[in-house]
Design a protein around this ligand. Structure first.
Ligand code: CS2
Length: 430
């Protein structure tokens, strides 16, 4: 085994997106002449499989950048250790290690939901959630070396640093107020906007990679050439030189998050629900359907006046998105994006409607279509959502489209459900 970078970062949620994004930025920063390399200790979420596959090949894997006409492979070696994230020994050792200066995470939107009795599980040393594991690991760090730490959430949520801080401190406070106080003083929660379209890897990706790189990589990741990372917050023990390799460091990440969530992710969710209802399979396929395309334009028009960017800047962003979404060599499955709508729609759409109402603009034109397409999706057997049972039970008792519309809207936001014209529009779209 050749010399690898020392472990200085940990990651919770070893998946394709982490390997295409944070591990890639760290790889590029490590490759700079004279750089002090950072090695990442990555832990999986629910299943150990990704760690086993990666460990079996010395934690090396190929990142395949898939452009509109060719693939460019890059070997990634910044991940130096991969383990089963459900094993307390591993997360305690990783988060408790004083050489670990930062913990990034990709736990998805639903990862921030914490059960009411999670504090008891953490006290008993058996957390069931990613946030619980983080709190448990911080407890070890607090009792051990007490070194400061930066926690860097990389999920598509508004104010992800602040949200993580609140969720972690609230839970820690119920476990041990002394721990919560220590976290408040020594742990920095960094907010980030992360962007890179990365579908789950398929068997044909494995075959393509093997042919390109000449070895049977079992853990390649296929991603688009585009990538963006906007970061705001403190790193008390330093970080890789991500800003030298394309990441942007700002004071306030919110405008960038809004731009990304409302244009890219909002566009994605709409294309997923409407596209599936219209018989499509991937984003690129849905982009060939003029009904989907027109609705996408309406989603973007609805967001434009409430985004803190000029109309020209928004137009440049949406032009770039059209190119990214129509890259047909990226097979981004609508069914994958349609998952967890209960967690995604509030930040991708409700926030836009609220901003419009606050600005005296009235509700956007596309919102009713999106909600109706989501309700339709909830009636299929392809649903994958932490709130699926509650939502489906509520809808099952109602056959009147208006009642169905009001029920789904109430779930999303009580105030919006009070708009009778919106309820009528959703019902008629249904
Ligand atoms: C997608 C995102 O699955 C989804 O909900 O909208 O994963 C999207 O591909 C990424 O945020 C792109 O950066």
């Amino acid at each position: 085994m050749s010399q690898r970078a020392p472990i200085r970062a940990a990651h919770l949620g070893l998946g394709a997106f982490f390997r295409a994004h944070q591990a890639w930025y760290t790889q590029l920063a490590n490759q700079r002449p004279g750089a002090e390399p950072w090695g990442i200790w990555a832990l999986t979420g629910r299943s150990p499989a990704a760690a086993e596959v990666l460990s079996a090949q010395d934690c090396r894997y190929t990142l395949l950048e898939r452009g509109p006409d060719h693939d460019t492979p890059l070997e990634i070696t910044s991940v130096v250790r991969a383990d089963d994230g459900t094993d307390p020994e591993d997360w305690r050792a990783a988060i408790g290690d004083q050489n670990v200066a930062l913990v990034t995470s990709t736990i998805t939107e639903k990862g921030y939901l914490v059960d009411d009795d999670e504090h008891e599980a953490v006290r008993a040393g058996r957390p069931t959630s990613a946030v619980g594991r983080l709190v448990d690991g911080l407890r070890v760090r607090h009792r051990g070396n007490g070194a400061p730490l930066a926690v860097v959430p990389c999920d598509n949520l508004t104010g992800n640093g602040e949200l993580t801080r609140r969720t972690v401190v609230d839970l820690a406070d119920r476990v041990d107020p002394g721990l919560a106080a220590w976290i408040g003083e020594h742990v920095s929660f960094v907010s980030t906007m992360v962007d890179r379209i990365t579908p789950s890897t398929t068997d044909s990706d494995l075959a393509d990679t093997a042919e390109l790189v000449g070895w049977a990589d079992q853990a390649p990741v296929v991603t688009e050439p585009f990538s963006e990372w906007v970061i705001a917050g403190e790193f008390p023990l330093g970080r890789p030189d991500w800003h030298e390799v394309g990441a942007t460091v700002v004071d306030d990440v919110e405008p960038f998050e809004q731009r990304k969530l409302w244009l890219l992710n909002g566009g994605h969710s709409m294309l997923a629900y409407l596209g599936l209802a219209r018989g499509h399979r991937t984003i690129a396929e849905a982009m060939e359907d003029h009904v989907c395309l027109e609705t996408l334009r309406r989603v973007w028009n609805d967001a434009t006046p409430v985004l803190p960017f000029s109309t020209e800047e928004v137009a440049a962003a949406t032009d770039a998105l059209v190119d990214r979404f129509t890259n047909a060599r990226i097979q981004h499955r609508l069914a994958q994006i349609a998952g967890d709508g209960s967690q995604k729609l509030p930040v991708r759409f409700v926030a836009v409607q609220k901003a419009r109402l606050a600005a005296g603009l009235g509700l956007g034109e596309a919102f009713a279509t999106v909600v109706a397409a989501w309700i339709t999706h909830l009636g299929t057997d392809e649903v994958n959502d932490p709130q699926a049972t509650a939502l489906q039970q509520d809808l099952a008792g109602r056959s009147d489209p208006r009642e169905r519309a009001r029920s789904a809207l109430t779930f999303l936001d009580e105030e919006l459900a009070g708009h009778d014209d919106l309820v009528a529009d959703v019902a008629s779209a249904l």
